[in-house]
Design a protein around this ligand. Sequence first.
Ligand code: NAD
Ligand code: MG
Length: 333
Amino acid sequence: MNEQITRREALDKLVDIITPEDSTKNQENIQGETFKNESSSNLEDPTTKHPKPPFNKQFQPFPGLAAKMDPVPDHGEESYVGSGRLTGRKALVTGGDSGIGRAAVIAFAREGADVAINYLPDEESDAREVIDLIKKAGRKAVAIPGDIRDEAFCQRLVSEAVSQLGGLDILVNNAGHQKSNQSILDISTEDFDRTMKTNLYAPFWIIKAALPHLKPGSSIIGLSSVQAYDPSADLYDYAQTKAATTSYVKSLAKQLGPKGIRVNGVAPGPVWTALEVSGGQTQEKLVEFGGDTPLGRPGQPAELASIFVQFADNTGSFATGQIYGSAGGSGQP
Ligand code: NAD
Ligand code: MG
């Protein structure tokens, strides 16, 4: 009993120490009334937290650079704080130079993982920023540029990542290609082939190459989308690949569960990334991007980072075959 009281007192003291001073400052409630906030100091209103449309029209040739976007996306560079959740882990993230992949990479590195990233050679300047961020987090950074539409390259990518990291236990198949086409008649066989090769063949080749290296406890993460269950008229080919991603995640989770390898997927809604300004949306849709979600804005890559950490972390050990969404309330299944 005495010991419990002592613990309680110690806990109260700790709360005093970690509770910031402004936790009781006045705030406005939903009716516009002023009230004293006595419970929490770090409430953030998701409707005003990040930029809203209208956005300026802007086009970049594929694959686009995050650094040239207006506004520049928030990948968590200034905000993500790690707490050792992935200490000593070894991750490979395709498309880790920009967007959602970059946000996952920053989080992984700050949680203690060494990280290899893949990207296209045209994205070297974005990739250099990410390599610097991984190093600043005190972790090993490996850059492996190359085109994942090539099976031989995918095999080299995995073997290089494994040899430079000294193993592999987190694989994120994040790279993707999206091109808006008003009509199926506008989609060339070459376009269709690029979307399928990037979004479906590459994960197939990369997972096959990685599997012999993955030990029990390892995690594979795929990138699905709200497009998997609420496909847009102008994303005929892309939407198919996202539905297929949801299927491969669920199939592989059943196949690899008994081996202790978890397979999960992330399904974002509209997120402000280079993919959207390099042909993924029409200029008209880009101006209003994310405005039709209940939060009235697109997501920023940083807002998805914690999902990747949760899937990779040991604390997520019962999650496999799951698709976790983050879509501002849009396109629910
Ligand atoms: P992004 O452009 O920042 O990232 C995509 C990356 O894919 C590029 O950086 C590029 O490195 C890589 N890539 C494309 N083709 C490649 C190829 N042939 N070889 C090697 N790498 C290649 O955009 P993002 O939005 O962060 O995209 C990441 C993933 O998120 C994609 O799978 C995308 O489909 C998915 N997603 C995005 C949104 C969104 O609104 N932005 C919504 C749902 C799903
Ligand atoms: Mg990029």
